[in-house]
Unconditional design. Structure first.
Length: 294
């Protein structure tokens, strides 16, 4: 696991985000958070900053119609207060944690005297072994011991409380998590720190009858939207296809067609700043032949 965001064993968010000019004076943004690699992207009219995660709405053809980009900037933290087991009443009860970005669910279920059964409702499920009529302190300690083994997801510590029955759980993934699902355990939890995130970009895309994307009123024939990079690019028919920022860093893009040649004209204000020709083998646009920057 990356230690990029840790300092002295604790989460540390300093000096992780940076923005700078890249080649061609294009603003580039870098961002990282625990459980993700450092990501550096060109900013544009869609992506105002680097993101940690995105959400998208797909149409019936699995094409994105709306994509939102988010930057999660701090983690959530909770305190859980435990209660004792009374005549095996904790048997097969469980608590569920859900990560904010991945939406991955981690479940801990209580195994009393070796009789526990995983419920099979979460992405990952782990038993917490206790003995019938164990005290709240022992239940808290047993849970703490299991959570400590899940260091890819949590930072945990005992915070005492009455008879040391409280455990602090901090998520590694940043962002606003859902409340911990305590099921029928009788435990209680308090959120002591709310995770944060904010939107850094979004795009709305329509499509014509041939599934070409329509962005800002422009039909981008032979293009697809790359949600990971926040740009439109040539359909990946050819491994040497060039990537275009159609409609992104420009005020307007006009397209014209003549046989198997497509011409894109890029404007900043009223000025033409770039013209691109895309040549295909035939009118069906089955295979890209060449891209020419005029």
């Amino acid at each position: 696991m990356s230690e990029f965001n840790k300092k002295n064993g604790e989460l540390d968010f300093s000096n992780i985000k940076q923005t700078q000019l890249g080649p061609g004076n294009v603003m580039r943004a870098s961002f990282s958070e625990l459980q993700s690699g450092l990501r550096t992207l060109d900013t544009n009219a869609i992506l105002k900053d680097a993101y940690t995660h995105f959400t998208q709405i797909l149409n019936a053809d699995d094409l994105p119609t709306k994509v939102e980009y988010w930057q999660a900037t701090s983690p959530s933290k909770y305190e859980i207060t435990f209660v004792r087991d009374i005549n095996s009443n904790l048997l097969d009860t469980y608590i569920i944690f859900e990560e904010y970005i991945s939406k991955r669910t981690i479940l801990l279920y209580y195994d009393v005297d070796g009789n526990g059964t995983a419920p099979g409702i979460a992405d990952e499920e782990y038993p917490v072994a206790i003995i019938e009529n164990d005290s709240a302190f022992v239940v808290a300690l047993s849970t703490f011991t299991v959570l400590k083994t899940l260091s890819d997801y949590f930072v945990v510590r005992s915070v005492g409380g009455s008879l040391y029955t409280k455990v602090e759980v901090q998520f590694l993934q940043f962002g606003e998590t859902s409340p911990i699902n305590l099921g029928t355990t009788g435990f209680s939890s308090t959120q002591t720190k709310v995770g944060t995130s904010f939107k850094v970009g979004e795009v709305f895309i329509d499509y014509n009858t041939t599934k070409d994307p329509i962005y800002n009123g422009n039909v981008l024939k032979g293009m697809v939207y790359n949600a990971y990079r926040g740009i439109f690019e040539v359909k990946p028919n050819d491994p040497k296809s060039l990537v275009f920022e159609l409609g992104i860093n420009y005020d307007k893009v006009e397209a014209s067609y003549s046989g198997n040649i497509e011409t894109y004209t890029y404007y900043l204000g009223l000025n033409v700043v770039r013209t691109t020709e895309v040549e295909y083998t035939d009118d069906c646009k089955d295979s890209l032949v060449e891209v020419r920057i005029i």
